[in-house]
Write a protein that binds this ligand. Structure first.
Ligand code: SF4
Length: 688
């Protein structure tokens, strides 16, 4: 395929997927934002500096295999033969589930689809999951239970600008996706965040609960809505079921009790409900702050309950949505790289789904394995004799991004074979036995699905450097060495997408009417799109929800403690999140000089009184310790932090890993780890 001088594509980072135009100039690649609806000519620092990713200094250019402790450059044949031999040996000794696969929410739809197929057919393993389990799985679980369908935003981003009020529960888009803020300029914002984030600073009302108590707050807001007569009884009767049981639970969360548990004053609770209820159009949006808890599904469900009681979801100009995080966080969860799902967002345990997908794949349904372990459980089981002895990682850096990071790194080290496909030597790649250099963003074709369920084209501007190859070619290469027929693993993205369309047909996320031709012609297509004439579905639920009876379901939820509860030894609560200039594990953004200058190192935000008590001072290094381990971070004393809480960003490696602190408490349904609550103590760092 020839190189082009200019292409229309999208930013490589977050789920907003801002539209960009890339041009190859004599001195490198330049980027310009386009008038794409989500960004309307805007980009954040990460988008403006994205071309720097194309020539990062330590870009992986050749495959490497570990020999006598060192990674040494080898040919593709040697690397792929090494992988295939290792897999054959391990499978022969311990069976197909001894090999695992770990995917990513930044992979294109084509890669996510082929990775799931490769795991189930090529490896025959049930042991596949992906890092999206750490981001969006709680909202997905709550959304499916409430509405029968999970699509981050069931309406276009541009609808938000027409609202009078938007409640953001646990989301900080002013830092995570700044161009979104132009759609939030006219609504009054209510922000729920223990931290006075950049978004909270722009809010008409900021509620600052103790981390881990958001569900109590959601129950309390529902209580006020009902008691103060703001419930939309006509909507509740006509479009929902289960209200009475949900109300039974909310009844005991009167405002003063909620204030005691969450720290949010009664007046602020009442004001929030009044603002939402009196608006003629309003949205409730949740983010990772509501999700990343051992009760994440219930917490999101608590906010959905509130939205339902006020009659918002499925109404023109109002609604509920989840702000998805990773670039393909939406598409990444629809095409089969989740341990419990097949393409089309189908359950792997559903016999009709197994029959449909196996027919597309040309195998019998009984060939498909059953559900595997969720992401953290998979990592936790590595090298134990009970879980996989080999792991293939695509598009993820779990050595930094997984919770309980010290333990996860130990498990990765215990593997007999760790294979990492990436375009930079991430912290996980540094541990690998085989490292495969793969294409990135502007070097490949494909599709992504943004937070609105809109399918977008990623376009190739230039050829990859050195010997880097597409992940699709890598999967083909390994699968054929394992004896699989080559035609099962197409290497051209368009061919993979055409198969994905057939596999998704009739599923919840139906892509069957979407084609490269339609996308290249400029059509705006949101799934479901069941045939070639269908215009796509930008707004869901206006005529009814996706449950068989068309009604949304209230959830019965009850507040409970987090996995960690602060006590004498660990008296504070640490919560984690993102900053503007870094992205996810930082493997990409830490290599961009302009971003690293803005945000170069791990830090901990702490209230001045807490800092004084702990003996730490602004600008000095502190040691933050939880029951799992310690992280070293630069102290930032901020008056806006709660006195019982500290905040650490999770983008940094080594001793600064915030995930050295986080634990293994999981939501019982979504298996989402509890990134947002760790009991910690803080003290001055003494370098020894
Ligand atoms: Fe890229 Fe997200 Fe920034 Fe847009 S908001 S430029 S998609 S990182």
């Amino acid at each position: 395929m020839p190189e082009l001088r200019t292409v229309s594509t999208h930013c490589p980072y977050c789920a907003l997927q801002c539209g960009t135009r890339l041009t190859r100039e004599r001195r490198g690649v330049s980027v310009q934002p386009t008038d794409f609806p989500v960004n309307r000519g805007g980009l954040c620092q990460k988008g403006w500096t994205a071309p720097s990713l194309l020539d990062v200094e330590d870009r992986l250019r050749t495959p490497m295999v570990r020999r006598r402790g060192e990674l040494v450059a080898v040919s593709w044949d040697v690397a792929l033969d090494t992988i295939a031999e290792g897999i054959e040996r391990i499978r022969a000794e311990r069976g197909p589930d001894a090999v695992g696969v770990f995917g990513g929410g930044g992979l294109t739809n084509e890669k996510a689809y082929l990775l799931g197929k490769f795991a189930r057919l090529g490896l025959g393993t049930s042991q596949i999951d992906y890092n999206g389990r750490f981001c969006m799985s709680s909202a997905a679980g709550a959304g499916i239970a409430a509405f029968g369908l999970d699509r981050g935003l069931p309406f276009p981003v541009t609808d938000l600008g027409g609202a009078e009020v938007v409640l953001l529960a646990g989301a900080n888009p002013a830092e995570t996706m700044p161009p979104l803020m132009q759609h939030l300029r006219s609504p009054d914002l209510i922000v729920i965040d223990p931290r006075s984030s950049a978004t909270a600073e722009q809010a008409a009302l900021h509620l600052q609960p103790l981390p881990g108590t958001d569900l109590a707050l959601a129950l309390g807001l529902l209580h006020i809505a009902v008691v103060d007569g703001f419930g939309d009884s006509g909507y509740i009767a006509a479009r929902t079921s289960g209200f009475a049981d949900a109300w039974q639970r909310a009844m005991s969360w009167w405002p003063e009790r909620v204030e005691r548990v969450t720290g949010v004053p009664v007046t602020a609770q009442r004001r929030a409900v009044r603002m939402l209820a009196e608006a003629s159009s309003a949205y409730v949006l949740t983010g990772r702050g509501a999700e990343q808890h051992s009760k994440g599904v219930d917490t999101v469900a608590g906010f959905i309950n509130l939205a339902l009681a006020l009659g918002l979801p499925g109404r023109e100009g109002s609604g509920y949505g989840c702000l998805t995080g990773q670039g393909n966080g939406q598409g990444g969860r629809e095409h089969g790289q989740k341990s419990d799902q097949l393409p089309g967002y189908r359950l792997i345990t559903d016999q009709a789904a197994r029959e449909h997908v196996s027919e597309v794949w040309g195998v019998l349904p009984e060939v498909l394995p059953g559900p595997g372990r969720s992401a953290y459980e998979l990592l936790d089981a590595l090298g134990t004799g009970n879980g996989p002895s080999a792991l293939l990682v695509f598009g993820s850096n779990p050595a930094v991004s997984a919770p309980n990071s010290g333990h996860v790194v130990d498990r990765l080290r215990a593997l007999e074979l760790l294979v990492v496909a990436d375009f930079v030597p991430s912290e996980t790649a540094e541990l690998a036995d085989v490292v495969l250099p793969v294409t990135q963003w502007a070097e490949e074709e494909g599709t992504m699905t943004n937070l609105e369920g809109r399918i977008l084209r990623r376009r190739r501007l230039q050829v990859p450097p050195g010997h880097a190859r597409s992940d699709l070619e890598v999967l083909h290469g390994i699968a054929t060495r394992l004896g699989e027929p080559g035609h099962r693993y197409p290497t051209q993205p368009r061919e993979v997408f055409d198969e994905l369309r057939r596999a998704s047909a009739g599923g919840k996320a139906d892509y069957s009417g979407i084609s490269y031709e339609r996308l290249d012609a400029g059509e705006a297509l949101h799934w479901p799109c069941p045939d070639g004439e269908h215009p796509g579905t930008p707004r869901l639920f206006l005529d009814g929800f996706a449950h068989a009876d068309g009604r949304a379901r209230f959830a019965i939820v009850e507040h409970r403690d987090a996995g960690d509860v602060p006590e004498q030894v660990f008296p504070l609560t640490a919560t984690t999140g993102r900053v503007l200039a870094q992205y996810q594990s930082g493997a990409q953004t830490r290599r961009v000089t302009a971003l690293n200058e803005v945000s170069p190192e791990a830090f901990v935000e702490i209230h001045p009184d807490t800092a004084t008590r702990a003996g730490v001072s602004d600008g000095a290094l502190a040691k933050v310790t939880s029951p799992r381990g310690s992280a070293i971070a630069r102290v930032r004393v901020v008056r806006t932090m709660r006195t019982d809480t500290v905040f650490l960003p999770f983008h940094f490696p080594g001793d600064g890993r915030a995930n050295l602190l986080t634990g293994d408490a999981l939501d019982p349904r979504s298996r989402m780890p509890e990134f947002k609550v760790s009991a910690v103590r803080i003290e001055p760092h003494r370098d020894v």
